[in-house]
Ligand binder design. Structure first.
Ligand code: IVH
Length: 664
């Protein structure tokens, strides 16, 4: 019994601490779902042990308090919270309870995003905004009128004739994802402490003593419910929202009226998959009975209405211990730190790794091995560390002095550069990474030639250069782990097949610094043959609109390098193709059947190159202007052709306009 009481007290204290971190400090240490499971545990213990129940327990109150730094405002009606569900099944149970209580099957429901922001109450007297307040403890909030007025999308006067005498609407103040990223970038530039998520950023920005700062932070507002209203009546939640729109508020597009559980479930599925595509963070959906007269019938519990439920999405953030920081060497020698975590469940999967980007990020986070960290996983991306919530070790993790693979010194190639590199061209870790890249799907696409195969072949000293891949035989493969006849034959075939990849793939596979898939394609289409690339100068590269100086210099450096020549020669000797086949109409039908005349000197292209582009979009270049000509592409120093084109009213475009057209 004593143990139970201790646990209850401990949970109450812990929850009060987390409430303070979340509502007042804007700096939570745990995710919403971790918080909710503490609440659930406390609720269960209190229910099973009524002796220890207390009205002061966090389970009986709306969380949050009004801080002393703002004037206090008493809400016209309490601002309640919502009960949460975490699954379709729990939501279905709520739905059935509502139907049963109302003894009615003709109930309409609304389903809206649950925006992860800060709730606020706005009071309009005869159409004029007079009070803006936070929720506080639900009874008393903070007066943040000036800050609320600084939010652009909140009207100071309702934009309707005959506004209600008293109108208190409630909603969520939030920050769009892009505005949040931008704000954090600015904060980092100013050496400040960045916000962990848009909700904290919105809360921090809203509760500024200086409303000018609030005005600078881009906040938005979304109306979702109301308090006391005099001089206007609504029958439905959807009517209320429509009225808000007429008054000048912006509504969310993702709102639906549903007439059955099936419709609700379908929309829940749709929104769960669209979550990451939205401009703002949502942590779930709110399902409400649309018919307002039913609200009174259903009534309220201590802290939430029975006519609404929040379906919460799996959390995106969780806390765990960072066990180790590993410094891995990539194929270009860049040493990238990554975090090995104590495995933790997050958004339906177990997470045991997180990216750390670079060593500057480690310094900024002030993170070290052993620290307790808040991690976040958005969409499919690898989780990242948001912040340290508890330091276990002094200072931050320093970059190692030597490459963990070859032992060479790790350096920053130039001051101002963020990345540390192992500059040993023979570093085995770099070569291993390069092999994986070379064989990967978007490079030479050697099916079955993944890291497991590569590791075994390296161990057996079967590959020392890229071209060695093409000397491998059936006998080299058949002895590998899990290889049988068929698999070995397939791999032989895949290696042979990869010899015929176009130049664009080979260029990408060679791993030239800064040259990605797209630029490899552009370069290959312009130069067609690797020998031309070996002889090209920087200017020839920069003439390509998409190739800037950095890329051009990198290409030049690569093709001037003797090792590159040796590598390519060995590949050629092994039978690897080094040309780009002519492809007709690669781009589509933008200029289908259109005739072009080229006149004057073009800045970025030779005549041939411009002709190629026109051809690839389905057009044709003709030498003289006639009535049939559709476009005259005019460069500098044009002559008679342009005069004639003007006379015949032919569409004349300059080089920039041409580029705009083909870019689309
Ligand atoms: S309706 C009785 N609708 O979620 C409360 N709330 O966890 C009626 N929230 O305090 C609120 N989006 O600040 C409602 N579409 C939405 C919402 C929403 C976010 C917030 C609201 C509330 C909290 C409850």
């Amino acid at each position: 019994m004593e143990n139970i009481q201790n646990r209850i007290n401990c949970l109450r204290k812990e929850l009060a601490r987390h409430n303070n971190l979340y509502y007042d400090k804007n700096s939570p240490e745990i995710s919403d779902s971790e918080y909710d499971s503490l609440v659930k545990e406390l609720e269960r213990l209190e229910l099973e042990n009524p002796l220890f129940a207390s009205l002061n327990s966090p389970t009986q109150k709306v969380s949050g308090v009004a801080s002393l730094s703002f004037e206090r405002v008493k809400h016209s009606l309490p601002m309640l919270s919502l009960d949460n569900t975490y699954s379709q099944e729990e939501t279905a149970k709520w739905y059935e309870r509502v139907e049963k209580r109302l003894k009615n099957e003709n109930i309409e429901f609304t389903i809206e995003p649950k925006i992860d922001g800060v709730s606020a109450s706005l009071t309009y007297l005869n159409g004029a905004l007079i009070i803006g307040a936070t929720r506080g403890d639900g009874e008393i909030g903070e007066d943040i009128t000036e800050n609320i007025k600084a939010i652009q999308s909140i009207p100071h006067k309702l934009k309707i004739n005959n506004p209600p005498a008293f109108f208190e609407l409630r909603g969520e103040v939030y920050m769009n994802k892009t505005d949040f990223e931008k704000l954090n970038e600015d904060i980092i530039k100013a050496d400040g402490q960045k916000f962990a998520n848009p909700r904290n950023a919105a809360s921090g920005s809203l509760r500024q003593k200086d409303a000018h700062i609030t005005a600078e932070r881009k906040l938005s507002f979304f109306a979702h419910s109301f308090g006391k209203i005099e001089g206007k009546q609504f029958q439905k939640q959807s009517e209320f929202l429509q009225f808000c729109k007429e008054c000048g508020f912006v509504l969310q597009n993702d709102f639906k009226i549903c007439y059955s559980l099936k419709e609700i479930s379908d929309f829940m599925h749709v929104m769960s998959s669209r979550r990451d595509l939205l401009q703002y963070e949502i942590d779930g959906l709110v399902i409400k009975v649309n018919n307002l007269p039913f609200h009174n019938e259903l009534g309220y519990t201590n802290k939430s209405p029975r006519w609404a439920i929040a379906f919460k999405f799996p959390a995106k953030q969780a806390t765990t211990q960072l066990n180790k920081i590993r410094a891995q060497v990539g194929r270009t020698g860049i040493v990238t730190p990554s975090a090995i975590l104590e495995p933790v469940a997050l958004a339906g999967v177990t997470i045991s790794h997180a990216t750390l980007h670079n060593f500057e990020e480690i310094e900024r986070l002030n993170v070290n091995e052993g620290d307790i960290v808040l991690i976040e996983r958005a969409g499919d991306v690898i989780p990242k560390i948001v912040k340290v919530v508890k330091k276990e070790r002094e200072g931050f993790f320093k970059p190692p002095h030597n490459c963990q693979s070859c032992g060479s010194e790790i350096v920053k190639e130039s001051e101002g550069e963020v990345a540390y590199r192992c500059i040993n061209p023979e570093c085995p870790a770099q070569f291993r990474r390069h092999l994986i890249h070379f064989a990967s799907r978007s490079a030479m696409d050697i099916d079955g030639f993944g890291s497991a195969v590569i590791d075994q072949l390296l161990e057996r000293n079967k590959i020392k250069t890229l071209a060695d891949i093409y000397n491998l035989t059936y006998n080299d493969f058949i002895n590998l782990e899990l290889f049988k006849e068929k698999k070995a034959n397939n791999l032989v075939e895949a290696v042979v097949k990869s010899k015929r990849r176009p130049l664009s793939r080979l260029l990408f596979a060679l791993g030239i610094r800064h040259i990605g898939e797209k630029s490899s394609e552009i370069i290959a289409k312009r130069f067609r043959n690797i020998e031309v690339l070996f002889n090209a100068n920087v200017e020839e590269f920069t003439r390509i609109p998409e190739i800037g100086e950095v890329l051009a210099l990198s290409l030049k450096k690569f093709f001037d390098n003797k090792t590159a020549r040796r590598v390519v020669d060995a590949l050629i000797a092994a039978g690897v193709s080094t040309t780009e086949p002519e492809a007709e109409q690669q781009h589509g039908t933008l200029f289908e059947g259109q005739l072009f005349v080229l006149t004057g000197e073009l800045e970025h292209y030779t005549r041939e190159q411009a002709g190629e582009i026109i051809k690839s979009f389905g057009g044709r270049v003709v030498s003289s202007v006639s009535k049939k000509t559709d476009y005259a592409l005019a460069g500098a120093d044009t002559g008679l052709k342009l005069e004639k084109a003007k006379k015949l009213n032919i569409k004349i475009i300059n080089e920039q306009e041409f580029e705009e057209l083909v870019k689309q």
